[in-house]
Design a protein around this ligand. Structure first.
Ligand code: PLP
Length: 386
């Protein structure tokens, strides 16, 4: 009998290129905020296009925090945040003292519901935060139109959206600021790391300073070594050159990564599209290109309460899974205690958290393995449906 496969949910794609790049930095005199970071910023800007300005940072959360800090949001301000997201999307708002006002998503895409945005607006609303859920493009035309009507900032959480486009424009470039994550299971990685992206040079220039303590000049701009002034309050949210060197190598792999993810998603979808009592979260319109972070399958009807048991069976058969995201953020203890939680306000976010399974489609998986995953998921659901 063949041994069971062992397919992890995610695996960083690290080759000799990244290893050599790291060794080269370690052999150089500059380990942080040096030439590798600058080159990574320029190369990522070239990848997303539109004359973007990029600022490398320590994480996507740092990029989001910098955005609200730069725009001067604080106590008394509100930001509209999707209930179905990573907690970082909301934490970044709360970290500046503003209030995250949660709204539900659309079940079929997991993306924020534009109609719900309008309903959540008050005179204190200062910004809309959107997330391209699992790399599925949000309808940015509708969101930007709402923001323009009410003079609101738009912050795009593009943590899972390397390779996501709407109307030919890369995610992160529709609003005022975009934030990317390079955490290990993301499309590309720098181990930890993120990118603050904007079309506005003045925002990027200011955030570059906020990222490094509010210091007024870089090493190369200092006439007298060690001499600088501090213009504002700031953070240490810098990326190291070791991380940036990994990121630069990863950029070369993006086309291959996206192609493999799309092919794996479509193969798995072909197995699962007709499985009764399930819904695949997906949305590929003529106006959008998705980045296929994973395939999330919602269990419905009689199987909807058996998600954890289905996951256990899949894991036992060698298939790594995850849940995106395990709770609607307002149900997480911190937010529930602070604001209370009413399921009826976020029914779609609640269904995704409680009844869905995230299946892997990463570039580490072959099409034969996708066939195994598809057939096994079908079989387990059939076995467990009462
Ligand atoms: C939508 C979203 N936003 C933000 C983050 C946080 O990213 P980072 O770990 O780079 O801060 C994540 C992490 O998974 C995420 O999924």
């Amino acid at each position: 009998m063949n041994p069971l496969p062992s397919i992890p949910f995610g695996r960083p794609w690290i080759t000799a290129d990244e290893r050599q790049a790291v060794m080269d930095v370690l052999d150089s005199p500059i380990l942080t905020h040096g030439p590798q970071c600058k080159a990574f910023e320029e190369e990522f800007a070239a990848f997303v296009g539109e004359g973007a300005h990029c600022v490398s940072v320590s994480s996507c959360t740092a990029a989001l925090h910098l955005a609200y800090f730069y725009f001067g949001l604080g106590a008394g301000d509100e930001v509209i945040v999707p209930a179905q997201t990573h907690t970082a999307t909301a934490h970044a708002v709360e970290l500046v003292g503003a209030k995250a006002v949660f709204v539900d998503c659309i079940l079929e895409t997991g993306n924020i519901d534009p109609a719900a945005i309008a309903a959540a607006m008050t005179e204190r609303t200062k910004a809309i935060s959107i997330v391209h859920f699992l790399g599925i493009a949000c309808p940015m035309d509708e969101i930007i139109a709402i923001a323009n009507r009410h003079n609101l900032k738009v912050i795009e959480d593009a943590a899972l959206a390397v390779g996501t486009y709407f109307d030919g424009k890369h995610a992160g470039l529709h609003g005022d600021v975009g934030a990317f994550s390079f955490y290990p299971v993301k499309h590309i990685t720098t181990a930890e790391g993120g990118m603050f992206v904007t079309r506005h040079r003045e925002i990027a220039d200011a955030v570059r300073k906020l990222r490094g303590f509010g210091v007024d000049r870089t090493f190369s701009e200092r006439k007298v070594p060690g001499m600088y002034d501090v213009l504002t309050l700031g953070f240490n949210y810098r990326m190291s050159d070791v991380q940036a060197a990994i990121g630069r190598q990863q950029i070369h792999k993006i086309p291959d990564i996206l192609e493999r993810r799309a092919a794996n998603f479509r193969r798995l979808q072909s197995h699962l599209a007709a499985v009764p009592n399930t819904l695949i979260i997906d949305s590929q319109t003529p106006r959008s290109t998705n980045s296929f972070y994973c395939l999330t399958l919602i269990l419905r009807g009689p199987i909807s309460t058996s998600r954890d048991a289905v996951v256990e069976q899949l894991n036992a058969r060698g298939i790594g899974t995850s849940i995106y995201y395990p709770q609607p953020v307002p149900r997480m203890t911190y937010y529930r205690k602070k604001y209370g939680y009413d399921t009826s306000r976020y029914p779609n976010a609640t269904t995704i958290s409680d009844c869905s399974i995230a299946l892997p489609v990463g570039p580490h998986i072959s099409l034969d393995e996708m066939d195994y995953i598809g057939k096994t998921v079908q079989q387990v659901i059939q076995e467990m449906t009462p």
